[in-house]
Design a protein around this ligand. Structure first.
Ligand code: DC
Length: 246
């Protein structure tokens, strides 16, 4: 870890964790844009592994088979295309950005994310991306495992029904057909699996600020986060000779 990216108080990274459909992606993108930081969608990486398994005909519940495939999966994330919202996801050079963003791929991603070798590979990639700081990382374990020293941590939650409603709206906007009842059941199951797995479970970091977005718009959540970040920035002490970027 470069000394330049660490202050005496931590790593210049914002982490935003929480269950699916809580608005993490929209909010993370906006916070990153406001701060001029890079946005890291860690869920997209787990989705890419799931996609690779499906493409290769590998059962996502078979850890040995998933792990055997892992070395052959070269995942790359690129910033959203102009006019687009989502980070672009490439697997072995193929653009799989649209294919990975389905509820089914979310369920498969949750399955492969429970395997330690999968987590180790993706966590190392994510930490490398955060080495130079100036990053907003979104996921399930970014504040607890990936960037425990992050300067600013948030946990974004909302009622399951509200999360399902938002996810339905998001998918319909993308032209996907969705059954709201089935999606709610999927969301509840996925969150339960993500919370109950033994490795890097979805949980709020002790030092994360909890925000319940059930009754807040994305812009209201962003405003709350920026307020916390800007207040804490005042306590940031750059190393001698380094120009404070905050
Ligand atoms: O955020 P998402 O819906 O794209 O994530 C898909 C799945 O990937 C999620 O259900 C669990 C897994 N995941 C994870 O285990 N850790 C992360 N940091 C991000 C996602």
């Amino acid at each position: 870890m470069s000394k330049q990216t660490r202050s005496r108080t931590g790593l210049r990274v914002v982490t935003i964790d929480g269950p699916s459909g809580g608005g993490k992606s929209t909010v993370s993108r906006k916070v990153a844009a406001e701060l001029g930081y890079t946005y890291l969608d860690t869920g997209a990486m787990y989705r890419a592994v799931a996609f690779g398994c499906e493409q290769a005909g590998v059962d996502v519940e078979n850890e040995t088979a998933v792990v055997a495939l892992l070395d052959k999966l070269h995942i790359k994330l690129l910033p959203a295309a102009s006019g687009g919202d989502d980070v672009r996801v490439f697997l072995n050079g193929e653009d799989i950005s649209t294919a990975v963003r389905t509820p089914e791929m979310g369920m498969l991603a949750s399955k492969v994310s429970a395997f330690q070798p999968v987590r180790s590979k993706l966590t190392a990639m994510q930490q490398e991306m955060g080495e130079s700081g100036n990053l907003v990382a979104e996921g399930r374990d970014t504040g607890t495992i990936v960037f425990p020293d992050a300067l600013w941590k948030f946990y974004l939650d909302a009622a399951p029904e509200e999360r399902a409603r938002r996810r339905v709206e998001q998918l319909r906007q993308k032209g996907q057909q969705v059954d709201e009842g089935a999606l709610l059941a999927q969301i509840i199951k996925r969150d339960q699996d993500d919370r109950e797995r033994t490795i890097a479970p979805l949980t709020k970091a002790e030092d994360a600020v909890l925000i319940d977005s059930s009754r807040l718009s994305a812009d209201e959540v962003v405003a709350r986060m920026l307020k916390v970040i800007r207040k804490q920035k005042k306590r940031y002490h750059p190393p001698p000779g380094m120009i404070p970027l905050l």
